[in-house]
Design a binder for this molecule. Structure first.
Ligand code: SF4
Ligand code: SF4
Length: 376
């Protein structure tokens, strides 16, 4: 069955009950049926059957979708909404005014790495995270003693330049747990940006490259939950896992010990982790490894911050409106640290915090864990 037919079959499962509507961030924002899951399913169905024209209005409603999957979590009929929206976006194709839709975020990272000038919002995003440095080189990173497994580590297209510290921290913790870490050469983008923005051919090419690069390993981990979700759906044969999930399973059982954090911590659970992978509980479990630490959830787990893949670049106004309640909470509670496990969320929230004059360090959870790891 091709993607279009699979999407139409998924759309047929929608009984139009509307139970998903209160959970949809864009429906809550616009109060418009066309910006709800049920409305978008009807629009996508009409488009894929050739009964609706691919005009600007239809494109706008389909493109505003965050693919946060809150609707999937709450749908009693188990409608695979993401499959429907991806097929509809493939039918529409990438937006003409933004060529190479799979690469703007990667370009942002590249431009930063090469000290190239960036326009407006991209420049602010590029400066948002401060703990970059250089990404670890491709190669093998052995643990002390005999490795218990060989795990591939996806460096990612943006993470490598914007969150290199998290990659080094991941290696340190995985080595401490006895895993050899392998970073294959030329293994970068997971394909999520292309897959969700109407460019399935690029997404398939990127998946093929990863399939070859990560063959013959005992598993692979991604530090961004958006990448982990994409790998989970496209390359399950490689045994991909979100790093948070891996560590939440292994760290509490290990002999590793961590020092408490002497600062208030806000913990953000990205929708890709909470709704997509349905592993939102792994983050609090991981925080349980840090004794006597004052951490609080930021917003509701799985409530989208608005970053949503490339929305932080292409849907700026909507992205900023969805982010505001989280920034308001940060302004009220004034934590010193904000942890989130997806690079897009980290960039978007850090940029907003900076714009509001908040002094807050935005980290991947693994960076804080590596910082607090006590030497045996
Ligand atoms: S997607 Fe699910 S919850 Fe939403 S209207 Fe359709 S059947 Fe109901
Ligand atoms: S994926 Fe998120 S934004 Fe899109 S329709 Fe579902 S709940 Fe709404």
């Amino acid at each position: 069955m091709n993607d279009r037919d699979a999407a139409l079959q998924a759309a047929d499962h929608c009984v139009k009950c509307g139970l998903c509507l209160p959970y949809c961030p864009t429906y809550r924002l616009y109060a418009d049926e066309a910006d709800s899951p049920r409305g978008r399913i009807a629009l996508a169905d009409g488009l894929l059957r050739g009964m609706l024209a691919p005009d600007a209005t239809l494109r706008e409603h389909l493109e505003r979708c965050l693919l946060c999957r809150a609707c999937e979590v709450h749908c009693p009929s188990g409608v695979k909404f993401s499959r429907i929206i991806d097929a509809a976006r493939n039918e529409l194709g990438p937006r003409q005014t933004v060529p190479s839709l799979d690469r703007p975020l990667a370009r942002l990272g590249l431009a930063l790495a090469r000290n190239l000038p960036l326009p407006g919002s991209r420049a602010r995003l590029a400066r948002a995270l401060t703990g970059g440095g250089s990404a670890p080189a491709s190669g093998h990173y052995p643990p002390p003693g005999t490795p218990r497994s060989r795990l591939g580590l996806l460096t990612g297209c943006v993470t490598g330049t914007q969150q290199a510290g998290a990659l080094h921290a991941a290696i340190r913790l995985l080595n401490a747990l006895g895993h050899e870490v392998v970073i294959p050469p030329a293994a970068t983008c997971c394909g999520a940006l292309a897959a969700h923005h109407g460019d399935p051919a690029t997404a398939a090419r990127q998946a093929d490259a990863l399939r070859k690069a990560f063959a013959n390993l005992d598993g692979m981990v991604a530090i961004a939950s958006g990448c982990a979700l994409q790998l989970h759906e496209t390359l399950p044969e490689l045994g991909p896992e979100d790093l948070v999930t891996r560590l939440a399973r292994e760290l509490p059982e290990s002999s590793l010990r961590f020092a408490p954090v002497d600062a208030r911590v806000a913990l953000h659970a990205p929708c890709t982790l909470a709704n997509g992978l349905r592993r939102g509980d792994d983050l609090p479990r991981l925080m349980g490894c840090l004794p006597d630490t004052d951490w609080r959830p930021l917003g509701q787990p799985g409530d989208c911050c608005g970053a949503a893949g490339m929305h932080l670049l292409t849907q700026r106004a909507q992205a900023e409106r969805l982010r505001q309640s989280l920034l308001d909470q940060l302004l009220r509670e004034r934590p010193a640290l904000l942890l989130t496990s997806n690079i897009g969320c980290a960039l978007h929230l850090a940029e907003g915090a900076r714009a509001h004059g908040l002094e807050i360090e935005v980290l991947h959870p693994v960076e804080l864990l590596a910082r607090q790891l006590e030497q045996a």
